[in-house]
Ligand binder design. Structure first.
Ligand SMILES: Cc1cc2nc3c(=O)[nH]c(=O)nc-3n(C[C@H](O)[C@H](O)[C@H](O)COP(=O)(O)OP(=O)(O)OC[C@H]3O[C@@H](n4cnc5c(N)ncnc54)[C@H](O)[C@@H]3O)c2cc1C
Length: 448
């Protein structure tokens, strides 16, 4: 392992054994990146394999061009407008739960244009680092004569707008992306259909006022990614133990000493909590308060039979009016949407699941005949109130805890930002200068 090389590296020596909790996109990538740096790593996952919770069936978008947080000036109005509607894209279910109320207060305090704008650049840097890391993973697989099979396609993402007002607002963000070297193009309604013929019906219904296309964005299957990368991590020496639930993180005299399973203590001098929506709950007994709260979403996956293939889009599409994203993942089509702030409940409610299918077929009615084969899914986005993840070493209210790290709270963008945050955190833990400034992702930003 490399020795500490910069002032931004933690003060302690590089750990001799690291436990990573959680084998979703973020935890698997963290374990892999640590192993690449020569670290000794155990990856613990409570489910029977990798990528079976929030990373199971997300929207598939690798969307560097869409990294703005959800919290924004229009959100409080939308919550009120959609209140009481079962199929609304956004739903607030208030619980008698202080964790939810505190999170909501923080979220609402971020519903300002300036707060949204300040998060775009840090998120974009993570997304661009993720792109670079995914390229590096593919190259490493290719170097071994293997294919990194994650149904990846870099056909770009097209955001379509129903009204000129939404388009005008999005246009303002283009300058920022341009300055960061990420190309976006504004497209007329006709150009949108020329680029993606699957939008023809929406165009004919006069539902497209224009679009913004980012050619360098892409799509891919996060579940396949988790499975493939977990296997690659094992071949680098990571001990991947599925079916092992961490009950507690052990800390003695201000130092992390390992984790407790049902009938075993796993010793470690560093622990990375990458437990998705469970991150805050695992940390709370240690006196660490992180505002990471679940926001439930739904997806529908359609197998593309031979005759359906030509009718399906090749470009990933975000329908800004219907609040749904559509990605083609090999021989499947995935649509995802819905945001419900309502606790940890994972019940799949059919009216809400079907509303994602209806949003898809509202945009692309030619997909209607595939309804009988639709597979519905829901998952909990691990959301921070400001739309950026929390990455780095943690401290409790009572003082620092040596060797306790977090990589969580990626919310709506865990696929887009996960591998980059894993690489930066692995640098930090192993004592080299992180490839990007981690200050904007520190947990300290929430200490008010
Ligand atoms: C409907 C929907 C659509 C989305 N679309 C997109 C998209 O298009 N693009 C994008 O970038 N992002 C998208 N996301 C967000 C993205 O999927 C998430 O940010 C990402 O999956 C979070 O990954 P994670 O590794 O942090 O969490 P998870 O995938 O939930 O992984 C955490 C793991 O920790 C394990 N775990 C928890 N507690 C314990 C414990 N005590 N012991 C052991 N293991 C534990 C869990 O079992 C789980 O496997 C979407 C999310 C949803 C719900």
């Amino acid at each position: 392992m490399t020795s500490p090389a910069s002032s931004s590296a933690p003060s302690h020596v590089a750990p001799s054994h690291i436990v990573v909790i959680g084998a979703g996109i973020v935890g698997v990538a963290t374990a892999y990146e640590l192993a690449l740096r020569g670290a000794s790593v155990t990856l613990l996952e409570r489910r029977e394999g990798a990528g079976l919770e929030t990373s199971r069936a997300n929207g598939g978008q690798l969307s560097a061009c869409e990294v703005a947080p959800w919290a924004g000036p229009e959100v409080p109005g939308l919550i009120l407008k959609w209140m009481g509607r079962d199929d609304a894209p956004f739903r607030l279910r208030l619980k008698p739960d202080p964790e939810q109320w505190l999170w909501l207060m923080r979220f609402l305090s971020r519903c300002r244009a300036s707060a949204r704008a300040e998060r775009v650049l840090p998120n974009l840097q993570l997304a661009l680092l993720t792109r670079a890391r995914l390229d590096a993973y593919r190259a490493a697989f290719a170097g071994r004569g293997e294919t990194f099979d994650m149904d990846h396609a870099q056909n770009g993402i097209l955001r379509v707008f129903r009204d000129r007002h939404g388009l005008a607002e999005a246009r303002e963000g283009m300058a920022r992306m341009d300055a960061a070297g990420v190309e976006q193009r504004e497209l007329s309604p006709t150009d949108c259909v020329a680029l993606e013929p699957a939008l023809a019906a929406a165009f004919q219904k006069d539902e497209i006022a224009g679009g913004i296309y980012c050619p360098s964005d892409g799509m891919g299957d996060a579940h396949l990614f988790c499975r493939e990368l977990a296997a690659a991590a094992e071949s680098l020496g990571v001990r991947f133990r599925a079916g092992e639930e961490v009950e507690a993180i052990e800390v003695h005299d201000g130092k992390t000493t390992g984790v407790r399973l049902a009938d075993e203590l796993v010793a470690a001098d560093a622990v990375v909590v990458a437990a998705g929506p469970m991150t805050a709950r695992l940390l709370r007994p240690l006196g660490v308060r992180l505002p990471v709260y679940p926001v439930k979403g739904y997806s529908v996956t359609l197998p593309l039979e031979e005759e359906a293939g030509p009718m399906a889009p090749n470009v990933s599409v975000t329908d800004e009016a219907r609040k749904v994203v559509v990605s083609r993942l090999g021989n499947r089509l995935r649509a995802a949407g819905q945001a419900e702030i309502g606790g940890y409940d994972l019940t799949l409610e059919m009216p809400r699941a079907r509303s994602v299918f209806q949003a898809l077929t509202g945009l692309m009615p030619q997909m209607n005949p595939l309804e009988a084969r639709a597979e519905y899914w829901c998952g909990l986005r691990p959301m921070s109130p400001d739309g950026s993840p929390v990455i780095g070493e943690l401290a409790a209210r009572s003082g620092p805890i040596q060797g306790l790290f977090v990589n969580g709270g990626h919310g709506t963008l865990g696929w887009t930002m996960g591998a980059g945050s894993a690489a930066a955190l692995a640098d930090l833990i192993c004592g080299s200068a992180p490839q990007l400034d981690l200050t904007p992702f520190s947990h300290k930003r929430f200490s008010f």
